[in-house]
Every structure is written in structure tokens, then in C-alpha cells.
Design a protein around this ligand. Structure first.
Ligand code: NI
Length: 183
């Protein structure tokens, strides 16, 4: 695997074609290079105040994302959890009911938009220890999972907006919500 753990990861911005690729399944989870990459991806997400980050966002077309919800200045209302590596995920069931909520993305810096997502989802994935897990997520966590899963399919949230909704700048976001975010 072409991973250099000592080299800091850099985020790709919207417009980079690598963000539009369907990512490939991970076959050898125990590979030390892959395990090191997981740690690098967790660090990259934390340094950039992300609540989630997906491998394609740093140019690795792999079915891996990190869920690392923590209240921070970008997402003051996010629930706290340990960073979790989600490998080869599947969405098993989606609720018909959707909820619209604000999203941002490290690959779309400087913007937010209201995005509709399924309110509840049942999912399966493999964790970094090779254990198969199934989980039910609601609300913010369901939104986070769907956003990150989309990265593995080459989809960014601006493609998910309802008709009439648009990206707004962080200045407009602050004016509308009273929430001040750094990026
Ligand atoms: Ni994103």
C-alpha cells in the first residue's frame, strides 16, 4: 500500500477529481501501513477540527472514514465520542423520515448548507481490530455517517441539497445562526 505515515496528510479541496471517485474496499485491515494511516487520518481530522474525515479527502481511495464527534468551535453541539475507524461500511436500512441540518466539510472550506439526511440508519462496518459491527445511528450521528459514507461514493454534500437551498459563506452562517465558526 502506498502510504507514508511520516509525511503529514493534506486535505484535497472541492474540484479535485479524486474526491469524485468511488473508493475501493480494504482487504488487509491488519497491515501495519494501513493501521498507521488510520492514526494519521484521526490526527488530520482532529487538527482540522473535523467531526469526521474520510480517506478520499486526503487522496487515498479507500473505504475508510473516521467518526470523531466532539464539541468544538466548528461544531459546538456535536456529541462526544472516541475516534472510531469505520472500514468497508454498508448502510443496511434507512428511515423514510428525513431531517434537514447544517453541514460543513473539510473539503469545502468556508461554507455551510442545510442538507437533508435520513433521521435513522442501521449500518454494518468493520472496525480497526477486524471486528464486524452493526450499529443504529440517529440524528447527528446518522448525519455524520451518511456524510462520510458519501465521500466513499465520490459525493460531496453540495450535491445533496434540496432545490432552492444553496451553500452559504461562514459569515452568512454566523448571521443566520449566531454560531461563530473558524472555517
Ligand atoms: Ni466531508
Amino acid at each position: 500500500m502506498d502510504v507514508e505515515p511520516t509525511k503529514p496528510l493534506s486535505l484535497l479541496d472541492r474540484g479535485d477529481e479524486r474526491l469524485t471517485l468511488k473508493a475501493g474496499r480494504i482487504l488487509d485491515i491488519a497491515d501495519p501501513d494501513f493501521q498507521a494511516f488510520i492514526d494519521e487520518l484521526i490526527r488530520c481530522g482532529r487538527e482540522n477540527l473535523g467531526v469526521g474525515i474520510a480517506a478520499p479527502q486526503v487522496g487515498k481511495s479507500l473505504r475508510l472514514f473516521i467518526m470523531a464527534s466532539q464539541p468544538n468551535t466548528r461544531y459546538p453541539d456535536a456529541p462526544a465520542m472516541e475516534p472510531t475507524a469505520v472500514i468497508n461500511p454498508e448502510i443496511l436500512r434507512i428511515s423514510e423520515e428525513k431531517e434537514t441540518g447544517w453541514e460543513g466539510c473539510l473539503s469545502v472550506p468556508g461554507f455551510r448548507a442545510k442538507v437533508p439526511r435520513h433521521l435513522e440508519i442501521d449500518v454494518a462496518f468493520t472496525d480497526r481490530h477486524g471486528q464486524n459491527r452493526t450499529e443504529r445511528f440517529n440524528g447527528f450521528m446518522a448525519r455524520l455517517f451518511q456524510h462520510e459514507f458519501d465521500h466513499l461514493e465520490g459525493i460531496l454534500y453540495p450535491e445533496r441539497l434540496d432545490k432552492g437551498e444553496a451553500l452559504i459563506t461562514l459569515e452568512e452562517f454566523t448571521a443566520q445562526t449566531g454560531i461563530v465558526v473558524p472555517r
